[in-house]
Design a protein around this ligand. Structure first.
Ligand SMILES: CC(C)(COP(=O)(O)OP(=O)(O)OC[C@H]1O[C@@H](n2cnc3c(N)ncnc32)[C@H](O)[C@@H]1OP(=O)(O)O)[C@@H](O)C(=O)NCCC(=O)NCCS
Length: 163
């Protein structure tokens, strides 16, 4: 498996492959814009030149209270297109390597309390529950033209790892 920072060719290919999924297409465009603003990296996982997963590594936490307390790098929107084959693990390891490369001391992510599969994986990789309060993950589902279809405010546990 190869994990790399998305190139502009990767971006164009992802958009083309998501032609029939406008919300996912918007999500990828939004993530690409984050990378273009140098606020983070969009990591893609490939197996035999096919995309099998992706995640965003953010330079700053989305959550004010976490940023104020620790200022960790943050893993956001981790997604393995096929489960249980080590893609999630490889993306998390790659995100941790990016954080070390940035000279940072910690990394974290918000996890919905009922996402037990993700949480078990993170804990196995050394992430622990942050001592602060739960965070509220605010995000929107958007159509291809950016129109907000639905707004979410999900309470999440924050998991944290010192590097
Ligand atoms: C959470 C998520 C990213 C995990 O990705 P994944 O690729 O399935 O994770 P991995 O394969 O690395 O690890 C999952 C399990 O498979 C096992 N595994 C790892 N490599 C394996 C392999 N080659 N063969 C079989 N099993 C393997 C791991 O031991 C792990 O077991 P555990 O859950 O008991 O710790 C994935 O389930 C996902 O995309 N979920 C939907 C989106 C989501 O919830 N994202 C997280 C938001 S916080």
């Amino acid at each position: 498996m190869e994990i790399r920072t998305a190139t502009s060719d990767d971006f164009e290919r992802m958009i083309a492959e998501l032609a029939d999924q406008p919300a996912a297409q918007y999500h990828v465009r939004d993530r690409w814009a984050v990378q273009q603003r140098d606020e983070g990296l969009l990591l893609v996982a490939l197996e035999r030149d096919e995309f099998v997963g992706r995640t965003m590594v953010l330079r700053s936490s989305k959550y004010d209270e976490v940023r104020a307390a620790h200022d960790p790098v943050e893993i956001n929107a981790l997604h393995a297109f096929v489960r249980g084959k080590g893609i999630g693990t490889a993306l998390i390891r790659a995100a941790e390597a990016v954080a070390v490369d940035w000279g940072r001391a910690a990394i974290g992510m918000g996890v919905e309390p009922d996402n037990v599969q993700a949480r078990r994986l993170y804990e196995r990789l050394g992430y622990v529950l942050w001592s602060g309060p739960r965070v509220i993950d605010r995000w929107t589902e958007q159509a291809a033209d950016g129109t907000v279809v639905r707004s979410h405010a999900d309470e999440c546990d924050y998991l944290f790892k010192r590097l």
